[in-house]
Design a protein around this ligand. Structure first.
Ligand code: G6P
Length: 608
């Protein structure tokens, strides 16, 4: 979603802004823009890629500037709706949604302001301008104006003849970068990847913070209105983590990084002989003890990880587990259970609905909260009492891959921990689960070797309009995830179904034009699944089966089979999702879509 970069420094900051926007491209956007001080305001905007904005900005030199990638919410993607929005020499970039913008807009129109865009952001620019009539100080004007905003925002504000940039956040991510070395300067951005080019020292702003950036100083005032000190962190992100390196696409890189990502995530169990609840935080032994039910809240791919976890938690720990889409849970009248463990799963830690759903659960008295997240210091991590940080590294491709498999590893550890706490885990089982987890990176590496065969299959999908994914048991959520991957990046309509449900509807769609992808691990449900596959074959459907080395299923006309090297028991979903990721990636390549930045989608959905 929208990305912000702001910079004030002795050096020319135009290349810093452009490089920062390029690093934020992955969040998803449809237009871009920047405002520079020279000392009057220059605004450049363009629809489409940051590269176009960069071409416009060629030759510009400035020491203060703000920049933005926009993902349209209010108003179509167009130059007039692109940020920054200006009000007489003052420029604003914004990430989030201002819910009371219509009412503020009426007020500002009555006060004589003319609007030139359809955005909610323009209201902020005029509101600050109006406030400046009664307080000449930009910082104070931003404080007073943001106090009137209802909704979510991260903003950066710049005005002519002023050497400061003022930023503020409430409900949308924003961090500061403290310049180092001779060039110094101070910076702000939506995430750390945009600022690694200039600094590793970052300050995560808290909800309600307003900060002033000068070349050589910063000051932060908290929600309470008094000056606050926020700790600076040394970012451990490496610039290489966010570079493509030898790969063509981030999604491809991230699929192939899964063995390392899993190994890094599982480093936490090291050579341990036993699983400790401390993996989830110091308060975990007490908080997880006595947990009698689990509620998982998440969106998108993270929701699918939660669905797999339900099978594991119920089977291993014998504890009921429900999994809800965060945007539904936050608004429905559910029955609160203060003893329940509430687990938020999120790659980014910033997904607005997941964050709001956790706040909603807490407001209902549910204080046993656990974040499973890939971004330390993110809003969701900070909101939860317990945390497990996956170590997938930055995930740039919009379609989530390595975040998903590392979430699964974390959730399996949770299921085993809960089983242990419930007295349902025999020591030999614990040892064998630990061994299976440790072998997981190697097992995934072997699955990646199927790429060439999957590439050949992908050719046959390119002209298809629809596809059906089937799975059973804990592979049913993997069928859902396979369908999501395909639709996200190849724009082929795809649905995931539990195979047993086939004859209750989707069978009506099956013909030779509808490829049916089936996950057929060698487990207790294989024979049942085979009957479902016969139903497809009998209707002329073309079957693509991902089986295990020892699954007894045979290739025949209309039935194509690829075998994963080993059967992986309970952790098999971690392996079986990998060929589905590769399939959608290669179908997208054949179709020539924008793999890493699929149309209309965003990586971090920071608005509702
Ligand atoms: C967006 C992304 C998905 C992701 C979902 C949830 O839709 O495109 O890849 O699964 O948000 O994001 P989260 O960061 O909370 O896991």
């Amino acid at each position: 979603m929208c990305g912000i970069v702001a910079a004030t420094a002795a050096r020319n900051i135009v290349p810093v802004l452009i490089e920062g926007l390029l690093k934020l491209e992955y969040r998803g956007y449809d237009s871009a823009g920047l405002a520079l001080l020279n000392p009057t305001l220059t605004r450049l905007r363009s629809v489409g890629r940051v590269a176009e904005l960069a071409a416009q900005a060629e030759g510009q030199v400035a020491h203060h500037g703000i920049a933005h990638t926009r993902w349209a919410t209010h108003g179509v993607p167009s130059e007039r709706n692109a940020h920054p929005h200006v009000s007489a020499g003052l420029a604003v970039v914004h990430n989030g949604i201002i819910e009371n913008y219509a009412e503020l807009k009426q007020e500002l129109i009555a006060a004589g302001y003319a609007f030139t865009s359809d955005t909610d952001t323009e209201v902020i620019a005029h509101l600050i301008q109006e406030t400046l009539k009664s307080s000449a100080d930009l910082f104070e004007a931003v404080q007073r104006s943001t106090a009137r905003l209802i909704g979510a925002y991260a903003i950066a504000v710049l005005r002519e003849w002023d050497e400061t940039i003022v930023v503020a956040r409430h409900g949308a991510p924003l961090l500061l970068g403290l310049g180092q070395g001779e060039d110094g300067g101070n910076y702000a951005a939506s995430d750390a990847s945009a600022l690694l080019q200039v600094t590793r020292r970052m300050i995560y702003l808290e909800e309600g913070d307003v900060a002033e950036l000068r070349r050589d100083a910063i000051r932060i005032v908290g929600a309470g209105g008094t000056a606050v000190e926020r700790p600076a962190h040394e970012s451990t992100l490496s610039a290489d983590d966010v570079e493509l390196g030898e790969y063509t696409h981030y999604m491809q890189k991230e699929i192939f990084e899964q063995p390392q990502a899993l190994a890094a995530t599982l480093e936490l169990i090291g050579g341990a002989q036993a699983i400790s609840p401390n993996l989830f935080g110091v308060a975990a032994p007490e908080m997880l003890g006595g947990v009698r039910s689990v509620l998982v809240l998440a969106c998108g791919t993270s929701f699918h990880a939660g669905l797999v976890a339900r099978y594991w938690i119920e089977q291993l720990a014998g504890i009921p587990c429900s999994v809800e889409i965060a945007s539904e849970y936050r608004y429905r009248a559910s029955v609160p259970n203060p003893e329940q463990l509430v687990v938020a799963i999120s790659q980014s830690g910033e997904t607005a609905d997941t964050l709001a759903s956790i706040k909603h659960a807490k407001a209902q008295g549910m204080g046993r909260t656990l974040a499973i997240c890939n971004v330390p210091e993110s809003a969701i991590v900070r909101e939860c009492a317990l945390r497990f940080l996956t170590r997938a590294g930055p995930e740039i491709g919009v379609a989530s891959t390595k975040a998903f498999t590392t979430q699964l590893a974390a959730l399996f550890l949770l299921a085993v921990t809960l089983a242990k706490q419930s007295g349902r885990l025999a020591p030999e089982q614990e040892t064998s689960y630990l061994a299976a987890l440790r072998h997981l990176p190697v097992a995934v590496q072997k699955v990646l070797a199927l790429e060439d065969a999957i590439k050949a299959w992908a050719e046959r999908f390119a002209d298809k309009q629809h596809a059906l994914f089937l799975g059973r048991g804990h592979h049913y959520p993997i069928a859902l995830e396979g369908a999501l991957k395909l639709k996200e990046i190849s724009y082929i309509h795809a649905e995931g179904y539990p195979a047993g449900e086939l004859k209750h509807g989707p069978l009506a769609l099956v013909d030779k034009n509808m490829p049916v992808i089936s996950i057929a691990p060698n487990d207790a449900l294989l024979e049942k699944l085979k009957s479902n596959l016969k139903e497809v074959a009998a209707r002329g459907g073309e079957l693509y089966v991902f089986a295990d080395a020892d699954s007894v299923v045979d290739e025949e006309p209309g039935v194509h089979i690829l075998r994963l090297p080993e059967h992986y028991g309970l952790l098999s979903p971690v392996l079986h999702v990998v060929p589905l990721q590769l399939l959608s990636y290669h179908v997208a390549l054949v179709k020539g879509t924008d793999v890493d930045k699929p149309r209309n989608l965003a990586k971090s959905v920071t608005v509702e």
